[in-house]
Design a binder for this molecule. Structure first.
Ligand code: FAD
Length: 509
C-alpha cells in the first residue's frame, strides 16, 4: 500500500540535493528521521511492514473502546513541536497536548497509595505522609537527577557516539555524576521509606531496564518529567501519529506500507538499496534502518557485518523485558482511578530479578494501568472506561507457553484489580484482548520479543549501544530504540536528530 506521491516531490525547502533516502521502519524514530531529512531536501521514502505507521504506537478499536497499544505518556512535547517547525507549521494547529496534574498514582501491596503530582509541594506533602525526612532526601534526589539530566539529556542525548574518543571524553563527567551507581542505589542514598524508594526507582522500566542494574544516568528521566511535565495527547498517541503522517504526506514523503524488507543490499562497502519479501528491490543513496537494530545485524545484512557494535558476543547481549499488555473496556467507570496508576506487588527487587535474570513468569506481578478516559472520554462509549494493563514479563529468552499463560495472567490481573482498585471489573469487563512478547516479535520484528530492544545498562549505552551509523558502511544509518540514546519517545526522536547530524556531516557526495 503506497501513500503520497509515487515520485517524491523534492520540494523547495533547503534544496541541498535530491539524493534519495529509504527509511525502513515507521516508528517514531523512523518518522522523525524521514521528516528531518525531507526538510533538508532529500527525497524520502518511509517503508513499514505493517499496514500503518507508528510502530509500537498502533491503535486498537474494539466494541467502541479505543486503545493506544504502546506509548501513552508524552514527556518532552517540544520534540514533537520541532518536527512541525521544520516545515514552518505549528503542532498546536493540529494537536492538543495537555499537561496532567496527577502524573502517577502508586498503589502498594499494603493498600497505601502515593500520588506523584505536577505540583512539587503537593508531591512533598505526599512523601511526608510516608516519612517526613524523605522530603529533604527528595530535594537531594531531584538535585542529583537535574545534574545528570543537564549532561545526559541536554548535552549528550542528541550527540553521535560513533567514536570511542567521544566516550572517553565523557568519562570524567560520568564519574562525577556517579553513573557507576544503579538507579536504585542512587534513590536509596536519598530516600529511606521503602514505598517511596520503589516509586522513584521505576523510571528505568519506562525504557526497558531493571532499576537494580540500570546506570543512574537514567535517573535523568525523573528530572525530564519535572522540566517539561507529563502530558497526554488528546485523541491519544494515535492522533499524534495520524498528524505526523499527514505532515509527511503534505511534504512529499512517500510512505509504503505492508512491505517487509528482508535485505539491505551492500556492494563495495556501500548500501545501494533494499530487497523486500517479494524479491522487489529499490535503490537509494542513503539507507536508514528504524526497526530493531539487532534484528538488522542478525537478519538483514551480509554475515561479515553481523558482528556486535557493542563489542560482546551476541549471547552476552542483554535484552529488555517482554510485555504482556491487556486491553479492556468496562461498562462502568471508576472516576477516582488516575490516568496512570502503577500497581505494585509485594515483591519488588525479587520480582524484577525473576523477570530480567531468572526468566521466570511468577505468580505475582506489577502493572502499569492506563485509564485514558480519565482525561479523554472519546476512548470509550458513554458511562464506560477504557483501560490497558501493562505487565512486565520475561522476554522470549524464557520458555513460556503464552497460548496457555496469556489467559491465566489475564485472569490473575483482573482478579487483583477487582480486589483492589477496580471493584466490579469482573462483572463489567468487555472486549478484552492482549499482546504477549510473541506478538512483539511477530509484529515489530523485535529480537526475543523485547519491549524496548537491548537493555539500557551502562555497557550497552552511548558508544556501547548500536551506533547511529554503521562503522564500515558509511551510508547506512540507524535510528530507534536499540540505538543511542535509547528507547522511549524522547530517546528515539533524539536518535533521529543524530542521524540527521551525521548525514549532514558526512556530506555523501
Ligand atoms: C506498551 C508500551 C508502552 C510504552 N509507553 C511509553 C510511554 O508512555 N512513553 C514513552 O516515551 N515511551 C513509551 N514506550 C516506548 C516507546 O513506545 C518506544 O521506545 C518507541 O515507540 C520505539 O520507537 P522506534 O522508532 O524504535 O520504533 P518501533 O515503534 O519499534 O517501530 C519500528 C517499526 O519498524 C518496522 N520494521 C522493523 N523491521 C522492519 C523490516 N525489516 N521491514 C519493514 N518494517 C520493519 C516494525 O514493524 C515497526 O513498525 C512504550 C512502549 C511500549 C511497547
Amino acid at each position: 500500500m503506497d501513500l503520497g506521491n509515487n515520485e517524491p516531490n523534492t520540494g523547495s525547502k533547503n534544496l541541498k540535493s535530491a539524493k534519495s533516502v529509504i527509511v525502513i521502519g515507521a516508528g517514531f524514530g523512523g518518522i522523525s528521521t524521514a521528516l528531518r531529512l525531507r526538510a533538508r531536501g532529500y527525497a524520502v521514502s518511509l517503508i513499514d511492514r505493517l499496514d500503518h505507521i507508528g510502530g509500537r504506537a498502533q491503535v486498537f478499536e474494539r466494541g467502541g473502546f479505543m486503545h493506544d497499544a504502546g506509548p501513552t505518556v508524552i514527556t518532552a512535547p517540544f520534540l514533537f513541536q520541532e518536527l512541525f517547525e521544520l516545515f514552518s507549521e505549528k503542532l498546536e494547529d493540529y494537536i492538543n497536548i495537555v499537561p496532567l496534574d496527577t502524573w502517577y498514582n502508586f498503589y502498594f501491596h499494603d493498600g497505601r497509595s502515593f500520588n506523584y503530582y505536577r505540583d512539587l509541594d503537593k508531591t512533598k506533602n505526599e512523601i511526608a505522609k510516608f516519612n517526613l525526612s524523605d522530603v529533604e532526601g527528595y530535594n537531594a534526589l531531584l538535585k542529583d537527577s537535574k545534574n545528570i539530566f543537564e549532561v545526559g539529556f541536554s548535552e549528550l542525548a542528541d550527540q553521535p557516539f560513533v567514536n570511542f574518543s567521544k566516550m572517553i571524553e565523557q568519562v570524567p563527567k560520568l564519574l562525577k555524576l556517579k553513573s557507576y551507581l544503579t538507579v536504585s542505589q542512587l534513590v536509596k542514598r536519598h530516600i529511606k521509606d521503602e514505598h517511596i524508594r520503589r516509586a522513584f526507582s521505576i523510571h528505568p522500566l519506562l525504557v526497558g531496564g531493571n532499576p537494580f542494574s540500570t546506570t543512574s544516568i537514567y535517573a535523568l528521566i525523573h528530572y525530564l518529567e519535572r522540566q517539561w511535565g507529563v502530558h497526554f495527547c488528546m485523541g491519544g498517541t494515535g492522533k499524534l501519529v495520524k498528524e505526523l503522517r499527514d505532515l509527511m504526506l503534505r511534504n512529499g514523503i512517500k510512505i509504503q506500507l505492508s512491505r517487509q524488507i528482508d535485505d539491505i543490499i551492500i556492494e563495495n562497502n556501500k548500501a545501494i538499496g533494499i530487497k523486500d519479501t517479494n524479491g522487489n528491490q529499490s535503490i537509494a543513496d542513503i539507507i536508514v534502518f528504524g526497526g530493531d537494530a539487532p534484528y538488522a545485524y542478525k537478519k538483514m545484512l551480509p554475515s561479515h557485518l553481523n558482528r556486535q557494535f557493542i563489542r560482546r558476543p551476541s549471547k552476552l547481549t542483554k535484552y529488555s523485558m517482554g510485555m504482556f499488555v491487556l486491553y479492556f473496556g468496562a461498562r462502568k467507570t471508576w472516576p477516582n482511578v488516575a490516568h496512570h496508576t502503577i500497581w505494585l506487588s509485594a515483591r519488588f527487587k525479587e520480582l524484577l530479578k525473576d523477570i530480567f535474570d531468572n526468566h521466570i513468569l511468577s505468580e505475582d506481578f506489577s502493572i502499569y494501568l492506563h485509564r485514558p478516559t480519565a482525561t479523554d472520554k472519546s476512548f470509550a462509549p458513554p458511562n464506560c472506561d477504557s483501560f490497558y494493563a501493562l505487565c512486565p514479563v520475561p522476554n522470549l529468552q524464557a520458555s513460556i507457553n503464552w497460548e496457555i499463560e496469556g489467559q491465566k495472567l489475564r485472569d490473575r490481573i483482573i482478579a487483583a484489580l477487582e480486589r483492589t482498585i477496580l471493584p466490579g471489573i469482573k462483572d463489567t469487563i468487555t472486549d478484552d484482548f492482549w499482546m504477549t512478547p510473541e506478538d512483539f516479535q511477530k509484529d515489530y520484528l523485535s529480537v526475543h520479543g523485547a519491549g524496548f530492544s537491548i537493555s539500557p545498562i551502562f555497557s550497552q549505552s552511548a558508544y556501547f549501544r548500536f551506533h547511529n551509523r554503521d562503522p564500515q558502511i558509511r551510508n547506512l544509518y540507524f535510528t530507534g530504540a536499540g540505538t543511542h540514546p535509547g528507547a522511549g519517545l524522547p530517546g528515539v526522536i533524539s536518535s533521529a536528530k543524530i542521524v540527521e547530524k551525521l548525514i549532514i556531516e558526512d556530506n555523501l557526495d
